[in-house]
Design a protein around this ligand. Structure first.
Ligand code: PHE
Length: 452
């Protein structure tokens, strides 16, 4: 067996976990959902889900990971009374493969837009046409995707301390700095008040059951919970880490970044006449290029600065998340098959290249290969965000709350009684009851609708 690494510092742990959480989900998916689902009302529902459902699942993952000190499949083998529980671990590894496969396609687009922004080539004339012709091409999106996967690979093979921790400590502060500069630029634009109002004024008539469901899916996706990603990171935590405290920090950073991204995007979007906030998935790749070119027509250097920083931000966020997804699979493959990290990571990257290529082709030559109306990309996204993540969340919280050896949960949460955790009883109540029942209800509702 290879010797396992560990994170060196508490800051490193929080930044790496926050790096996993903060990703395209915050900057690309969150504003899209807010735009389509009625602004501030969606944000409020979202925050409730983060606090009552996603946070307890995150703490559970931390407990499972640190107490077992191994990858997500072996963690269940070690801690669970029955081998059946390993299925949940396998589901996590499967999700690790599926999520990064479609994620790396969007990350590849981001890389292309970053390169274009730097080269002053973002097209403002007909951004929709430019975007569509790029993504429907066979080779170039695949090439960008492969380069992005290579970056991810290069960090993962260096291991925990000199790879994941070191790069998270470098990239996360940079990311936070960039987003603060951007929010300043965006709020300073003429007409931005309307965008701010959109974000702050809740319109509860827009909160339909569908919105509630999207908010939960979004909370799970954005916090990377339900597939053992954070459990994998926690298996490298030291024994004196404060698990509930770190989880609260990670949730807070992630939610703040998501909301601030809203403040970067919407004031800018509203400052251009004729552009709508509910533009959907194209918001970042079609609407924003249009905004860059019109809003900054007079001050093109500011437009240049804004667009370069924006896509760089998105790229950094995607990279710190992709590393964590890769790590779920690499740690499993290396420990299960007793391979060195380098060999395991290489195998995993090769699988990603193949699956990612299939996702990339879903926008071009394979556009018409659909099942129940969804392409390969659509299926991977749907299967993970709507199915595996909530299901994983239910079982992970049930497991931590009810099936682990008695006393282990409290021991882990309080570091064997040496740590005083405020609201400990409430947290355990959330883990045992609120998270599994809450997620279960939303999930069942979804399945019933699917079959109707
Ligand atoms: N949380 C990441 C984001 O917001 C996505 C992610 C999902 C990362 C699952 C790891 C595991 O983009």
């Amino acid at each position: 067996m290879n010797k396992r690494g560990s994170f060196d510092s508490k800051l490193g742990v929080v930044l790496a976990s926050a790096g996993s959480a903060v990703g395209l989900g915050n900057i690309w998916r969150f504003p899209t959902e807010v735009g389509q689902n009625g602004g501030a009302a969606f944000i409020l529902v979202y925050i409730a889900f983060v606090l009552f459902l996603a946070l307890p699942v995150m703490v559970s993952e931390f407990v499972i990971g640190r107490s077992s000190g191994t990858n997500i499949v072996h963690a269940f083998r070690k801690l669970a009374p029955s081998r059946w529980w390993m299925t949940i671990g396998f589901m996590g590894v499967l999700a690790g493969f599926l999520v990064l496969s479609f994620y790396s396609v969007v990350a590849g687009w981001t890389l292309k837009f970053t390169v274009d922004a730097v080269a002053y080539r973002i097209s403002g004339a007909d951004p929709a046409q430019a975007f569509n012709s790029f993504v429907s091409d066979t080779w170039s999106p695949m090439l960008y995707m492969a380069i992005f996967l290579l970056f991810t690979h290069l960090v993962v093979i260096r291991g925990i301390r000199s790879g994941i921790e070191r790069y998270s400590k470098l990239m996360m502060p940079l990311l936070l700095l960039i987003i603060l500069v951007l929010v300043g630029c965006s709020i300073g634009m003429p007409g931005s008040a309307e965008g701010i109002r959109f974000l702050l004024q809740p319109d509860f008539t827009k909160v339909t059951p569908h919105v509630v469901l999207s908010a939960m899916g979004q909370a799970f996706f954005s916090l990377s919970v339900g597939i053992g990603c954070l459990a994998t990171y926690a298996s490298y935590f030291k024994k004196d880490m404060n698990l509930p405290g770190s989880a609260v920090h990670v949730c807070a950073i992630d939610t703040l970044v998501a909301i601030i991204s809203g403040f970067v995007i919407f004031p800018a979007v509203f400052s251009v006449k004729g552009v709508h906030p509910d533009a959907g998935a194209g918001l970042v790749f079609i609407t924003l290029p249009h905004v860059f070119s019109s809003a900054f027509a007079q001050m093109s250097w500011l437009g240049y600065f804004f667009s370069v920083l924006f896509y760089l931000l998105l790229l950094l966020a995607a990279l710190t998340s992709s590393i964590s997804m890769h790590e779920i699979c690499t740690s499993f493959v290396s420990e299960h098959y007793n391979l060195t990290r380098k060999k395991a990571a290489t195998l995993v990257t090769l699988v990603y290249l193949v699956l990612g290529a299939a996702c990339s082709l879903s926008f071009g030559p394979w556009k018409d290969y659909t099942l129940a109306g969804m392409t390969v990309f659509g299926w991977f996204d749907f299967a993970t965000a709507m199915f595996i993540m909530p299901l994983g969340g239910i079982f992970i919280s049930l497991f931590t709350g009810w099936c682990m050896k008695r006393g282990l949960l409290t021991d882990e949460l309080t570091n064997n009684g040496t740590l005083k955790v405020r609201g400990l009883k409430f947290l355990i109540f959330l883990i045992r009851w609120v998270a599994p029942i809450g997620v279960g209800m939303v999930f069942l509702d979804q399945v019933v609708k699917l079959f109707n």
